[in-house]
Ligand binder design. Structure first.
Ligand SMILES: [Zn+2]
Ligand SMILES: [Zn+2]
Length: 148
């Protein structure tokens, strides 16, 4: 099997920051092709809070049974089923799907990430800003502006 999936993740999604490493075993029994193993990729995506690029490694498991273009009778748990036709097997769509579902929804640079200041946009992991000191309770400012 030629492992050239050309996996491209959508433009707005995380970026692949390394080549995809495949560790796949392919076995064939009559018309049934089993693909088992895992793939390893690094992705770079912005921290959910402070937007700093974060690199993370994901290693989705592959457990796939390929059968020719027809519905297979028995379905096993935890095994994906795909069909193939002809001599060529194109796993690119399948692998793209696997990668997309294994990317965490929220990626944080650190669990205790402080995020950015909502007023000045400063990264609060680097240092604090002075916005909080100048922040005036809206109720107080209403009182202050009150003209008697
Ligand atoms: Zn962060
Ligand atoms: Zn600020």
């Amino acid at each position: 099997m030629v492992a050239s999936p050309g996996v491209a993740i959508g433009k707005e999604g995380p970026l692949l920051s390394s080549d995809i490493r495949f560790n796949l075993n392919v076995s064939r029994f009559l018309e049934e092709i089993k693909v088992h193993g895992n793939i390893k990729i690094s992705i770079t995506s912005p921290c959910d809070k402070c937007l700093v690029p974060v690199e993370s490694v994901i290693e989705p498991e592959i457990n796939l049974v390929l059968t020719p273009d027809r519905i297979s009778e028995e379905e096993e748990d935890n095994v994906d089923h795909e069909t193939y036709s002809g001599d060529e097997i194109d796993l690119s769509n399948y692998l793209r799907e696997i990668i997309l579902i294994s990317i965490p929804v929220k990626i944080l640079c650190a669990e205790e990430c402080c995020g950015v200041c909502s007023i000045c946009g400063k990264n609060l992991n680097i240092g604090s800003c002075s916005c909080k000191d100048e922040w005036i309770d809206p109720r107080l400012s209403a009182l202050r502006d009150l003209k008697l």
